[in-house]
Design a binder for this molecule. Structure first.
Ligand SMILES: [Zn+2]
Length: 104
């Protein structure tokens, strides 16, 4: 990845630190760190992909990686849906418990 400050191709993916990195990650923005001037910046994941996916070997690795990620996210979605359902039940139960002051 090319650094926006010194224009050197010395930037590498940085570890996600803090809430900002996580939130930006939802918008496909990943943190990078320049090895030369140590500047930290964000770039779109798509930009990295198009640059990296040149050889067939890379494409194969990306495919496997994506499959693993999808499998993991599918489980996360299931857990999230279960939690949401439980929350809906609690909310429903609470609304049933409270009797409205004005009859409607
Ligand atoms: Zn730099």
């Amino acid at each position: 990845m090319t650094c926006p400050k010194c224009s050197e191709a010395a930037a590498h993916r940085s570890h996600r630190v803090g809430v900002k990195d996580i939130v930006l990650g939802w918008f496909s923005q990943i943190p990078y760190r320049c090895k030369r001037c140590h500047v930290r910046f964000y770039a779109y994941r798509a930009g990295e992909k198009s640059d990296k996916m040149r050889s067939g070997e890379e494409r194969r690795i990306m495919k496997i990686r994506r499959a693993i990620k999808w499998r993991r996210s599918k489980r996360e979605i299931a857990v999230y849906a279960l939690g949401l359902a439980a929350f809906a039940v609690v909310v429903y139960w609470m609304t049933q418990q409270t009797t409205p002051a004005s009859g409607g």
